[in-house]
Design a protein around this ligand. Sequence first.
Ligand code: IMP
Length: 213
Amino acid sequence: MERPFFMRELIFATNNDHKLLEIKQAVDTRFRVAGLKEKGIREEIPEDHFTLEENAFQKAAYVYEKYGISCFSDDTGLEIDALNGEPGVFSARYSRIGTPTYPDMEVSKGNIRKVLEKLEGAETRNARFRTVIALILEGSRHAFEGVVEGVISLDVRGEEGFGYDPIFIPEGGLKTFAEMDLAEKNRISHRARAIRKLTDFLNALDDSSLQVK
Ligand code: IMP
């Protein structure tokens, strides 16, 4: 007998349209993924922990508990070995932490300047991007991690992408992320790797393991 078709709603706790589109294209048709804006959720969602995983779960749990809809959330950090893993969870606002280093500069440019200055004379420039996706699916918690290893370049190169892309050279190549087009970056990026794990998990779920919504 053919199983009835039920579509499950999943909220992706993000306001980033690009991330949302990436996910919508990858998840199978049993899931309808909506971003915060589509659900009319406009409040600031707290994100004040000290690990990527805790932050990601904090955001997903906030939405799940308040709105009762299964939810996932992502958090990403750049971890630089010579800086003891900094900027890590502070990646978004690194140059604004403590005494702001470049208060007049656009924040991601200031972040890059701060990293390059702190790495002057460093013995290693090894670093990695790490993304953690936290999923709360009908109350049960699942985490998916994507990592890309690389090095921090000596100078700023490339125009594509965002954030630290102009100074991150993924392992095995010479180009920074900002010197790659989006398709090339997405083949190897931390976020793409985490998303693949999430979508493999969702797409492999048996209908009977999900409650009917
Ligand atoms: P989020 O968790 O995706 O908001 O990322 C936090 C911060 O990490 C961003 O504000 C960026 O500074 C940095 N970041 C995250 N993903 C990337 C990326 O793919 N390239 C460069 N920087 C990134």
